[in-house]
Design a protein around this ligand. Structure first.
Ligand SMILES: [Mn+2]
Length: 214
C-alpha cells in the first residue's frame, strides 16, 4: 500500500556518501496525516527533556512511539518498552509512520527494514544535537531513517571517527535521510536551530528517527 503513497520517487537516488541517501521532500503530501498521528502520540507520551548520564538536561525535547523507545537518564542510554513517565507501553507506531520509513528505506536499497522504534525529537530556536553515533541498537545491518518536519536545520554528517571532516547539509520540511551499510555508524548531529518560522509547524523542527533497535 505504501508504494502508492510514495510513488513520486521511483529510481534509487545516488548516495551522497556511500550508504547514505538524501531524499528531498520524500514526505510530500503525507505531512498532514503524519502530523495528525503525531498529535495522538504526544497526547499519550508528551514531550519531555531527558537527563544525560552525566546529569545534564538535554535541550532537545523527546518522545517515542513503537515497541521500543530510546531513553536516557543517570543510568545511561538504552531502549525501553515502557515510557518512564507513565509506566505504560509507548504509543503504537502508526501505519503512516511505518509506511513512510519502509518506503524511504526501500528507495535507499533496504527492502527489509522493520522499524520497531521511532524517536521523536523537537528542536526550538538555538537547540542543537552534538555529534554522536547511533549505537544503542542491536543490529547495525539495519539503516537509520530520519524524517525532517518544520523549520530547516543544518544536518552535520561526519565520518566514523569523531575527528573526521563534517559535511553540512540543510534539511527542510519533508526531507528524509537514510544511512546504513558503510555509513551506519557515522557521527552526526544538528547545528543550533535558527529562529525561523515554518508555515505549518511554527518555530520548531520535529525529527522522526526510525530504527530497528531490538
Ligand atoms: Mn542520532
Amino acid at each position: 500500500m505504501h508504494d502508492d503513497l510514495f510513488s513520486h520517487l521511483t529510481s534509487t537516488p545516488e548516495p551522497f556518501v556511500p550508504g547514505a541517501y538524501l531524499l528531498r521532500d520524500f514526505v510530500g503530501q503525507q505531512d498532514q496525516p503524519l502530523l495528525h498521528d503525531l498529535q495522538r502520540i504526544l497526547a499519550q507520551a508528551p514531550w519531555r527533556h531527558m537527563q544525560t548520564p552525566g546529569g545534564l538536561t538535554m535541550s532537545v525535547a523527546m518522545s517515542n512511539c513503537g515497541k521500543l523507545g530510546w531513553v536516557s537518564d543517570r543510568r545511561g542510554y538504552r531502549y525501553a518498552s515502557l515510557d518512564p513517565l507513565s509506566g505504560l507501553p509507548w504509543p503504537k507506531m502508526p501505519p503512516s509512520f511505518e509506511a513512510l520509513a519502509q518506503s524511504a528505506a526501500a528507495v535507499a536499497g533496504c527492502e527489509q527494514f522493520q522499524p520497531d522504534a521511532c524517536l521523536i525529537n523537537r528542536y526550538e530556536s538555538g537547540t542543537k544535537l552534538s555529534l554522536h553515533q547511533d549505537k544503542d541498537e542491536r543490529d547495525f545491518s539495519q539503516p537509520i531513517v530520519s524524517v525532517s518536519l518544520g523549520v530547516a536545520a543544518i544536518f552535520l554528517f561526519g565520518g566514523l571517527k569523531r575527528s573526521d571532516p563534517v559535511l553540512r547539509t540543510e534539511l527542510t520540511h519533508g526531507d528524509v535521510v537514510v544511512w546504513g551499510g558503510p555509513s551506519r555508524l557515522r557521527y552526526h548531529g544538528i547545528a543550533p536551530l535558527k529562529p525561523e518560522e515554518h508555515p505549518l509547524m511554527g518555530r520548531v523542527r520535529i525529527n522522526l528517527t526510525f530504527r530497528a533497535a531490538g
